[in-house]
Design a binder for this molecule. Structure first.
Ligand code: CO8
Length: 373
C-alpha cells in the first residue's frame, strides 16, 4: 500500500459578509409584517404569532457572529429573503465550478502540483447546483486534468468522506494524486424566514490535494495515519429538495424542501457519537488522545465543539488545540473542519499529530488522523 499525504489545502471566501444583526433585522421585519397582516387571526387563536429572532441568542446558542454569502443581494430583502443568483448560460462556467476553482488552484499551488500530476477530481459537498454533467468534470476540464472526476454528496461529512475515498485510491495505486474540492454554496437552501435556522449557514469553498508520499515536495505535508467514515440514519436534519419534486405537484419553494432540523436532538445525539468515534479512531492508529496536538473539528456550533473536546480531554480545549472558525464563517456544511485546518496547520512541527473530524446530517461522521512530515 502507498503512504498517502495531504500536501496542499486551499480556502476561498466570498466578498460579501452578512452579520447576525443584518439577518435579524430582515427576519424581524418579515415576522412583524406577517403578524400585523394576520393580527385578527392571531387574536382569535386561529394562527400562531411568528416569534422574533435576536442577535444575542444566535451568538450565545451557536457562537456564530457573521457569515459569508456568495451573493448577498436578495437575502435581506423582506419581499424575497433568498439570494438573487443570476442563471448562467450552459456555455458559461457554473457558479459552483467557479468557486471550486478558486480553492482548487490554491491547493494545487501549495502542493506544488500541476494538472498532469493529478488523476482524480472529487467535488464533494452538501448540494450540487445540477445533476449532470458533474461539477467535478467541469472543474477537471477547466484545469486541464485528464483522468476521472465525479461529484458526491454527504452533507456535513462530504469533505471527510471524499478525503477517505482519495486515500483509498492513492493507497491502492489507482490514482497518483487526487484533488478534493468542497464548494459549499449553502445560501440557496437556507430558509431565511425560519427563526430556528436563518442564521446557521455560510458560503465558502475549500480544497485539498492528496498524493503518494513518494512524489510529495510540499513543505507542509501530513501523513494520513488513518481515515474512517460512519453513518447512522436520522431524520433530524433534512432537506427534501430533489428531482422528484417536479412530479410531486408540490411548491418547489415549500419549507420542507429547504434545510430544516431538530437542532436540540442533533446536539444531544451527535456529540457523544462524535466523541466516541474520535476516541476509537485515535486508538486504532495507535495513539492516545494526549498525543493529538490539534483538533480540526466540524464547525456547526461552538457548544458542540466545546462538549466534544471536554469529553475527549476531560477539560476545555484551548483555541490553539481546537480552533473555532464558525464565529467568522458560520456552519459551512462539510467545509468547516477543512477551513479550521487551512487556517491552523502551518505552525505544527514534524511529528505533531492532528485530527480532522466532521459530523452532521445523515447522521454522518468522518475523520482523518494526520502527522506532520
Ligand atoms: N432568536 C431568539 N430566540 C430563539 C431563536 C432565535 N433565532 N431560535 C430559537 N430561540 C428560542 C427558542 O424558542 C427557545 O425558547 P424557549 O426556551 O422559550 O422554548 C430557546 O431560544 C432555545 O431554543 P433551542 O432549544 O432551539 O436552542 P438551542 O440552544 O438548542 O440552540 C441550535 C439552537 C443553535 C440550532 C442548536 O440546537 C444547535 O446548533 N444544534 C446542533 C445543530 C447542528 O449541528 N446541526 C447540523 C446541521 S448542518 C448539517 O448537518 C449539514 C446539512 C447540509 C448543509 C445545509 C445547507 C443549507
Amino acid at each position: 500500500m502507498n503512504q498517502v499525504v495531504i500536501s496542499g489545502a486551499g480556502l476561498w471566501k466570498p466578498r460579501h459578509v452578512v452579520t447576525n444583526e443584518e439577518l435579524v433585522e430582515a427576519y424581524n421585519a418579515y415576522a412583524s409584517r406577517e403578524n400585523a397582516a394576520n393580527a385578527d387571526a392571531i387574536a382569535a387563536g386561529e394562527k400562531e404569532e411568528i416569534p422574533l429572532s435576536s442577535a444575542e441568542f444566535i451568538e450565545k446558542a451557536s457562537g456564530i457572529q457573521r457569515r459569508y454569502a456568495y451573493v448577498k443581494d436578495g437575502i435581506l430583502d423582506v419581499d424575497r429573503m433568498r439570494p438573487r443568483i443570476p442563471r448562467r448560460a450552459e456555455s458559461e462556467l457554473s457558479h459552483q465550478a467557479e468557486i471550486a476553482l478558486h480553492a482548487a488552484r490554491q491547493a494545487m499551488d501549495r502542493a506544488q502540483k500541476a494538472a498532469e500530476d493529478i488523476d482524480l477530481v472529487i467535488v464533494s459537498c452538501a448540494y450540487t447546483e445540477r445533476s449532470y454533467p458533474a461539477i467535478a468534470i467541469e472543474v477537471q476540464h477547466e484545469l486541464g486534468i485528464t483522468g476521472t472526476g465525479f461529484d458526491m454528496l454527504v452533507a456535513c461529512s462530504a469533505a471527510t468522506f471524499a478525503l477517505q475515498r482519495a486515500c483509498d485510491a492513492i493507497a491502492a495505486g489507482s490514482a497518483r494524486a487526487v484533488l478534493v474540492i468542497n464548494p459549499e454554496l449553502t445560501s440557496p437552501q437556507v430558509n431565511y424566514r425560519d427563526r430556528d435556522s436563518h442564521f446557521i449557514f455560510g458560503d465558502v469553498s475549500t480544497a485539498m490535494v492528496l498524493e503518494n508520499a513518494d512524489t510529495c515536495t510540499s513543505s507542509h505535508a501530513y501523513d494520513v495515519l488513518g481515515s474512517r467514515s460512519q453513518t447512522v440514519f436520522s431524520n433530524n436534519i433534512r432537506s427534501n429538495f430533489g428531482y422528484v419534486a417536479y412530479a410531486q405537484d408540490v411548491d418547489p419553494y415549500c419549507e420542507e424542501n429547504l434545510f430544516h432540523q431538530n437542532g436540540r436532538s442533533v446536539f444531544k445525539e451527535v456529540c457523544p457519537m462524535a466523541a466516541e468515534h474520535l476516541q476509537d479512531q485515535i486508538e486504532r492508529v495507535g495513539l492516545n488522545v494526549t498525543d493529538v496536538k490539534r483538533w480540526w473539528l466540524h464547525q456547526a456550533n461552538i457548544n458542540m465543539n466545546l462538549l466534544i473536546a471536554r469529553r475527549l480531554l476531560g477539560r476545555d480545549a484551548t483555541q490553539e488545540e481546537a480552533p473555532i472558525v464558525l464565529d467568522e464563517f458560520a456552519n459551512t456544511a462539510s467545509a468547516g473542519s477543512i477551513i479550521a485546518f487551512c487556517l491552523n496547520h502551518e505552525d505544527l512541527v514534524t511529528g505533531d499529530c492532528g485530527v480532522i473530524c466532521s459530523f452532521g446530517a445523515g447522521y454522518s461522521i468522518g475523520s482523518l488522523v494526520l502527522r506532520k512530515r
